[in-house]
Design a protein around this ligand. Structure first.
Ligand SMILES: Cc1ncc(COP(=O)(O)O)c(C=O)c1O
Length: 372
């Protein structure tokens, strides 16, 4: 099966270990195991719990403890609505493989995580792109969505909060998207890996799984929970679809690993404290980034309302890739070129690293922009 190369992943693989100030990262500054236990209020004794663990495949579909903790992130979901996967990347892959057949109409927003249009394309689906535009604050145009869905669609894919723009659809907006999907008879997949770190209180926006009976939410420990090293994600959907996904999952997952399951359970049971940390960090860092942008004549943006990334428009006479490579070589600062996500002319910045990294990287980026 032929598939387009994954632009972002290739860029990260090539340069991530060669930079000094990583402003390409999309995870909230990752936690150590010690920080995780402290935030989650775990009373120590983790090693005692782990040493006698016999490392079998563990609970194949994920422990009840883990699936209950995932379900608790939603308004009206139970363990039968949860499928545990290898990261959201694994969950997204399973959803596409399960639902999409050659010739099916699939509508995906762009820009977003490339999986959502390249996998359906590789399957031979009729993929229609719903372009997010700056003049709409990077939100989907609902009339355009309705026109694309006219005559029926198998799957509509959105991403909330959006990577890379940081745009955020609120409940009322999502309900309108769901109504369009309903009229088209479509499933609605919302990639919600950045859910829980909105800039405004309460900090979490509703999930499509809770507002639409064909709504599917994918999420993970990587971004808002700052635990990408666990490689653990999920899909939340109607139980009948979870059973379909499980048939495919049996071919590529078996289980996610007992240690990951245990640490993710501990983290999700302490979700409040972990998300509080992530919100404080993303809000403080975005305020710092915003202040810096105000003083940059060569950069413009739509300020993010959630997530960890922003899309910056620049006016340098360079391709985004050449700019990013030169910036990296001259300053050690790593951004992501818009070309890696079909957005030439833009740069993506990840603003959720340790605040010290942002504070050191932004002046260097400013000097670079000023000097070229
Ligand atoms: C929108 C989106 N979905 C999914 C993923 C994959 O995340 P995970 O680490 O959970 O596999 C990413 C990673 O960058 C992402 O940005």
């Amino acid at each position: 099966m032929k598939i387009a190369p994954f632009g972002i992943e290739q860029w990260m693989n090539e340069y991530e270990t060669r930079c000094t100030y990583n402003l390409a990262e999309t995870c909230v500054d990752s936690l150590t195991i010690a920080q995780l236990l402290e935030l989650a209020g775990h009373d120590g004794g983790l090693l005692d719990e782990m040493l006698p663990m016999k490392l079998t495949y563990g609970s194949i579909e994920g422990t009840d403890r883990l699936r209950s903790a995932v379900a608790a992130l939603y308004e009206r979901q139970g363990t039968g609505n949860v499928l545990i996967a290898h990261g959201a990347i694994g969950a997204n892959h399973l959803v596409h493989l399960t639902l999409v057949e050659p010739g099916d109409r699939v509508i995906s927003v762009m820009p977003t995580y490339q999986q959502h249009y390249s996998i359906p394309e590789s399957i031979g689906a009729d993929v229609r792109i719903l372009h997010l535009r700056e003049q709409n604050a990077w939100l989907p145009d609902l009339d355009e969505l309705a026109a694309l869905a006219d005559g029926g669609a198998k799957l509509v894919v959105i991403n909330n909060p959006n990577n890379p723009t940081g745009s955020l659809m609120d409940r009322a907006f999502l309900e309108q998207v769901a109504a369009i999907c309903d009229r088209a008879g479509a499933w609605l997949l919302c990639d919600e890996v950045y859910r829980g770190i909105d800039q405004a209180d309460p900090g979490t926006t509703v999930s499509v799984a809770d507002i639409y009976d064909r709504g599917i939410s994918t999420g993970s420990m990587s971004k808002a929970f700052a635990l990408a090293g666990l490689r653990l994600g999920w899909a939340v959907a109607p139980a009948s679809l979870i059973r379909e996904l499980t048939i495919h999952r049996d071919y590529n997952t078996i289980s996610v690993g007992m240690v990951d399951d245990l640490l993710a359970s501990i983290a999700l049971e302490g979700a409040g404290a972990i998300l509080d940390r992530s919100r404080a960090l993303t809000r403080g860092n975005l305020a710092a980034l915003s202040e810096w942008i105000d003083a940059q004549p060569r950069i413009s943006w739509i300020k993010p309302r959630g997530g960890t990334t922003a899309l910056l428009k620049h006016d340098l006479p360079l391709t985004s890739r050449d700019l990013c490579v030169q910036l990296l070589e001259e300053t050690g600062v790593m951004l992501t070129p818009g070309s890696a996500m079909a957005m030439e002319g833009y740069l993506r910045i990840g603003y959720a690293p340790n605040p010290g990294v942002l504070a050191a990287g932004l002046p260097l980026l400013g000097d670079y922009l000023h000097g070229h």
